[in-house]
Design a protein. Structure first.
Length: 80
């Protein structure tokens, strides 16, 4: 569970870092970069990719919650 938690934390951190702007870069540069990337790829393809990523992330979080609950139940059973 700790390993999966660390992996998810790292993935979220990577996503957040990808969103952040360098101090010396104006926001318009980032917007222009995103627009150029968008125009290079098909919008439907991007949407499918985003949907798959969201589904995968949801599944990982669900598994992590389930394992955490199982661990809590196991610890409670041992305490009795």
């Amino acid at each position: 569970i700790e390993r999966e938690n660390a992996e998810l934390t790292r993935e979220v951190g990577d996503l957040e870092e990808g969103r952040s702007l360098p101090i010396d870069q104006p926001p318009s540069d980032s917007i222009n970069e995103l627009l150029s990337l968008y125009h290079e790829r098909d919008g439907d393809e991007l949407f499918r990719e985003l949907t798959a990523m969201a589904s995968s992330f949801r599944e990982k979080v669900s598994n992590l919650k389930r394992k955490s609950m199982e661990e809590i139940r196991f610890d409670a059973a041992e305490a009795m």
